[in-house]
Ligand binder design. Structure first.
Ligand code: AMP
Ligand code: MG
Length: 497
């Protein structure tokens, strides 16, 4: 191990640490220190996230912080802990889970800072508490990519790697991601206390979440002015909005277990996720998900199912089933409306009142998606080419993506009629900032991972820079916006790695 210099005092850099979650008391977590990781090195760093925390850029280049985020140095002012939660995995009650490989350091600038892959905790079950380099790079890049796409997500400050070997299907090496979010509380935290009939703790947790993150629930007059029913309602709304984003951009999460659902409606726990290449509503990105429970088109229904599990957990506080059902009923219409708005924006149709053209636009969208599915058209490439088509009024490159050209021509005619009263320049402008040119396709992640395995981290930095500005043209990276290579379809990604 490297010689450890002075105890690292992150406070001296101006960061003030706090930890509201810690004040909930020991029923909610176990205090512990991260496990040391030998000879760490930087794999990737997001300076924008350092900014959010108020962490000076030089800190993110310092050996002291590297050691601290690898778990080799305590950070003064932090109160590291692993939280306990339970959850439903693949539709079945799994009982107690918890942060099996994560450690919450505390809060800086109102944001929680968590290490993922930081070693054993009391909740590690049969796991080793580690995360591998491959999955850590994927989480790091995707968190920042999603943020740049305007999709609610946890963030990632950095990845540190080490040559420490961790056995998976093959031997891999360990890494730690430093994640950042206003809160890492999941539906599963509520399920945990409800399942054990620990109603005082359940109430403490709900009151904490309301006070800190949803203060309007205290005074809302909706749903019988019941703050817990209003909490459920707000979570339904945030989750519906998140799902609308996912479905519009073609993001498949892969493991939508209730312990991977954020109470703040953030995309959390990036595992076997995938941005669709060819459009296939039945696409299953998680190799372990044999039955396709988490297939792309099922995600909204699964989110709703998960919200029912949350509602069930909150019932001792809500006390009135009719109120809980009313809150849950908000999900489907809000998802449908938000999704339609996003799809309209992808088509260059400015958000008007949802009433106008709703049915006609819905039909236009449905027919288009049926065509994309039938011809397995590349999803991101289609939308970007359509944006260029509208800008240049040349749709040949879009037509080239289809096999059934007459069907495409017929759809394009109806679309052109719909666009007739819109200014093409305006439509194209909207489309260019709605339809990303660059998404983190699996194979792009693989390119960065393969280079990183041979200690070339420039690809990670390059990919991050690209994905931080996904709507811009980056002429030097034109090939990363093209159809994926053949080998991309052979990449297999499973649960926890
Ligand atoms: P995930 O599928 O990554 O959301 O993980 C589900 C549960 O398994 C959570 O409680 C994780 O903390 C735990 N877990 C996943 N991988 C590991 C690991 N390598 N060591 C310990 N716990 C793990
Ligand atoms: Mg998880």
């Amino acid at each position: 191990m490297n010689a450890i210099s002075q105890p690292f005092q992150i406070k001296h850099t101006g960061l003030e640490w706090d930890n509201h979650f810690h004040r909930l008391g020991p029923d909610f977590y176990t205090e512990l220190a991260p496990q040391a990781l030998p000879d760490p090195y930087w794999v990737g760093r997001a300076f924008g996230v350092a900014d959010l925390l108020g962490l000076p850029a030089e800190q993110l280049q310092s050996g002291a912080l590297l050691q601290a985020l690898a778990g080799n140095q305590p950070i003064s002012g932090t109160q590291p802990l692993a939280s306990v939660y339970s959850g439903h995995q693949f539709g079945h009650w799994a009982g107690q889970l918890g942060d099996g490989r994560a450690c919450l350091l505390g809060e800086a600038n109102g944001l929680e800072v968590q290490l993922k892959g930081s070693g054993l905790t009391p909740y590690s079950r049969r796991g080793d508490g580690r995360a591998v380099l491959r999955s850590s790079i994927r989480e790091f890049l995707c968190s920042e990519a999603m943020h740049a796409l305007g999709i609610p997500t946890t963030r990632a400050l950095c990845v540190v790697g080490s040559d420490e070997v961790v056995p998976r299907e093959t031997l891999e090496t360990a890494a730690v991601v430093t994640r950042v979010a206003p809160s890492f509380i999941r539906f599963g935290h509520f399920e945990h206390f409800a399942a054990r009939n620990q109603l005082a703790q359940l109430k403490t947790l709900a009151d904490y979440v309301i006070t800190r993150y949803y203060p309007d629930c205290q005074t809302a007059e909706t749903l019988g002015a019941n703050p817990y029913a209003n909490l459920l309602l707000r979570v339904c709304e945030r989750t519906a909005e998140m799902l609308a984003h996912w479905q519009a951009v073609g993001f498949c999460h892969g493991v939508m277990n209730t312990d991977n659902m954020s109470i703040l409606g953030l995309t959390i726990d990036y595992g076997p996720f995938q941005f669709l290449d060819a459009y296939d509503p039945g696409h299953i990105c998680n190799h372990t998900d044999r039955g396709g429970r988490y297939a792309f088109a099922r995600q909204p229904d699964i989110a709703h199912w998960n919200l029912y599990a949350l509602a069930q957990a909150l019932m001792p506080l809500i006390e009135d089933q009719a109120l809980a059902l009313q809150a849950l009923d908000r999900f489907k219409p809000l998802f449908a409306r938000t999704w339609r708005q996003r799809m309209r924006a992808k088509l260059g149709l400015a958000a008007g009142a949802d009433g106008a053209n709703t049915d006609a636009d819905q039909a236009l969208i449905d027919e288009l998606l049926a065509l994309l599915a039938q011809d397995r058209v590349d999803y991101s490439l289609f939308w970007r080419r359509l944006s260029q088509g509208v800008a240049s009024q040349n749709f040949v490159p879009v037509r080239d993506l289809f096999l059934d050209r007459p069907a495409w021509d017929a759809w394009l005619l109806r679309y052109s009629e719909r666009l007739a009263d819109t200014d093409p320049g305006q439509a194209a402008g909207l489309m260019r900032k709605t339809n990303p040119k660059y998404v983190l396709r699996n194979y792009l992640g693989e390119l960065a991972i393969e280079a990183a395995k041979s200690k070339d981290f420039s690809r990670v930095a390059q990919m991050l820079a690209l994905l931080e500005r996904p709507f811009d043209e980056h002429p030097e990276f034109e090939s990363f916006a093209a159809l994926p290579p053949d080998w991309a379809s052979r990449i297999e990604i499973s649960c926890s790695s």
